[in-house]
Every structure is written in C-alpha cells, then in structure tokens.
Design a protein around this ligand. Structure first.
Ligand code: GTQ
Length: 356
C-alpha cells in the first residue's frame, strides 16, 4: 500500500520510509492521463544496443506458391482484383502485410489475355520475373516484355498496367517500399479512366537508350533509373564472366548491383537490387547488415543459414533475411540469386551498417 507524504501541492512524494515503487506507479498512472510516460522505463526499447527486429527468416517454395497462386486464377480475374497478388507475410509480424519492416512482397500472376488496369502510386515497385514469358508491364507509355530473371522497375508515381498476350500464366515477385512510405504517411495513389495506357514510346526503348554505356545527350540525373527492364539475358552473362574471372566476393559471390546509368547510384531512392552468381560448391562467409533482404533464386540450388536456421532454396523460391541477422550462403550447384533491400533508403538517412 502506497503511503506518501503530501507536499504543498498535495502530490505524492516518496519520503524514503515508504514504498517508492508504489509511489512511482501512482505517478506513472497520473502522467498517463496527460499522455506522457517515463523514458527511463523504455530506454532500451527505444534505443536498443543492437537492431531489434520482430521479423523472422522465412522461405516460400515456388512449387507451393505456384499452385496456390494458380488457384487464385480461378477465384478472381486480374481486372476485378486490380492486382492478383498473394502477399508474402513475414511470420514474425503477426499477419501484417509486409515481408520486412519496410518492404512489401507478393507474388503476382497474370493469365493469358488479362489486363491489370493502369494506376499509379507514390510507392516504388520492382518485379522479378519467376515464371512465364511474353507478358508485359507498360510503364510511362512504354511496354517492357518480360522473361524469367528480368528485373523490372516501376518508379514512384509512374503510371503502370500489366498485360499478358502470351499463352501461359506469368508469375513474378513484386517488392514495394509501401510499408516505408506508409510509415512516413506519404502515400497517394490513383486509378486511370482507361485500363491501358496510350503507348508513347517503342517497346524496349528505355533499355536500348540507357542500358548500353551511352546516354541520350541531356539525360537528366534523377533519383530513379530511366531503365524499365534490366533483362536477365544481359545481366546473367556479366555475373558469369565475373565468376570466371575470379571476382567472387567471399560473402556474396560474383555480384553486381543494378545501377542507375546516369548517376551510378541505386535504381531507386528507396530500394536497391543485386544479382549474384555463386559457384558450384560455394561456402560463403557469414555476413550481416542492417537492411532486411528479400532474395529470389533465379537458378541453382543451395542453403542460406540465417541465425542458425537453414533456408533451403531452389529455382524461383523466395526467402527473407531480416535486419542484422547473420547469414551465409552455400550452393550445391552453380546458382544465381537476385536480392532487393531498403539499403539505399538507409544509406540516404545515414543509418546503414554492415558487419563483415
Ligand atoms: O503491380 O502495381 O504487389 O500496385 C502491390 C501493389 C503490385 C502493381 C503489388 C501494386 C502492384
């Protein structure tokens, strides 16, 4: 029972003889009514000694994912759904719509003949093509036809719609910075009257203009890349050549960063992407960094051990490594891993760290 001396104002004061804890609790209860609380009780939570994530390592195997997504094809059309996507939910986040604290990930499917109608939003999106060939995404008036392993960008506020004139379903991994944008409470979005955009550029213009070591004179340096589709056909031979030349990082393998060709910086201000070839028998050294990373296996087979947990992966599997969890890759076969993270956002804020 709290017994406290009263001061002139009538408020409880510990007098040394009495129960200090109870007096404090009574005080906390009183300041709570004024929407205040004591920092000293939550200091370690607010300013932890190490990054503290609720996210857990997790893997989604493509054979399961594909059959579940195909089932959704019978339940709802792309037109009705607007985007027929199954969200990959980090198991540690109790049902939230995100795969890391800052990133949304989902598997999108578009069936032959379907159109996912045009819209735009502040969030930037990337797609990494898992299965199917010949569907397109139209971004800012240009159609980018896609094949497995292609890495496709929709920068923030760029109008985009998707279509599939091929004969097979196409599935890709979507990653959006939406949780980060929503954290800042800066999200806007809008639909267009017409489900498809008017084409204003030739198919594939952006890759041919900006992706070959030259730039149209006067190309502005924006915070986002002018390239829409970084095709696997062009990027894979580069990591293979690096691997053969012995340029293999002990942790990441033979790895390239997808670059904005105008600035040399990341493809988007919020998200950065990599492609790495791991030689057959690769045994990587442990690594950790503060960006939570979404990986997708383009080819090969291996295991990524995160915090002691083994994530086994094969073609088109998707897995996630949370912030600051130590991980290493082993590859039974020659493998190619795509990855994407919020590293550029962290670097822009001066808060990114790695531990080699
Ligand atoms: O393709 O525009 O997975 O707007 C989530 C939101 C995909 C898209 C997603 C989107 C999209």
């Amino acid at each position: 029972m709290a017994v406290a001396a009263a001061n002139k104002t009538g408020n409880a004061q510990p007098d040394g003889k009495h129960n200090v804890d109870a007096v404090r609790e009574a005080y906390y209860a009183r300041i709570a009514k004024h929407s205040m609380s004591p920092l000293w009780k939550v200091m370690d939570e607010l300013v932890p000694h190490q990054p503290a994530t609720r996210c857990t390592p997790a893997v989604w195997h493509f054979d399961e994912v594909k059959s579940l997504v195909l089932e959704a094809g019978g339940l709802i059309s792309a037109e009705e759904a607007k985007r027929r996507v199954l969200i990959l939910q980090n198991p540690g986040l109790g049902g939230e719509y995100r795969v890391t604290n800052t990133l949304f990930a989902g598997i999108q499917m578009i069936m032959p003949g379907e159109i996912a109608p045009a819209h735009r939003h502040v969030s930037s999106a990337i797609r990494f093509v898992l299965d199917g060939e010949g569907a397109y995404t139209a971004v800012e008036g240009e159609k980018a036809f896609m094949a497995p392993g292609d890495f496709v960008i929709t920068a923030g506020w760029a109008p985009h719609d998707h279509g599939n004139p091929s004969t097979k379903p196409m599935l890709w991994l979507d990653v959006l910075d939406a949780p980060a944008v929503n954290f800042f409470e800066t999200s806007f979005g809008e639909d267009f009257d017409s489900p498809t955009q008017t084409t204003t550029r030739q198919d594939g213009d952006s890759l041919s203009f900006y992706g070959s070591g030259v730039l149209p004179d006067g190309t502005p340096a924006l915070k986002r890349t002018p390239i829409i589709n970084y095709t696997y056909a062009r990027t894979r031979p580069i990591v293979e050549r690096m691997m053969k030349a012995g340029d293999v990082d002990e942790r990441h393998g033979a790895r390239v960063i997808y670059a904005n060709p105008v600035t040399g910086g990341p493809v988007l201000p919020t998200m950065g992407a990599y492609l790495a070839m791991l030689p057959k028998g690769f045994g990587g050294k442990p690594y950790r960094s503060t960006d939570g990373v979404v990986f997708a296996c383009a080819e090969g087979r291996g295991t990524t051990t995160v915090d002691g947990k083994e994530l086994k992966w094969g073609p088109h599997d998707v897995f996630v490594v949370p912030s600051w969890k130590s991980y290493f890759h082993t590859a039974a076969e020659q493998s190619v891993l795509f990855s994407i993270s919020d590293r550029p956002a962290q670097e822009a804020l001066g808060i990114w760290r790695e531990d080699r």
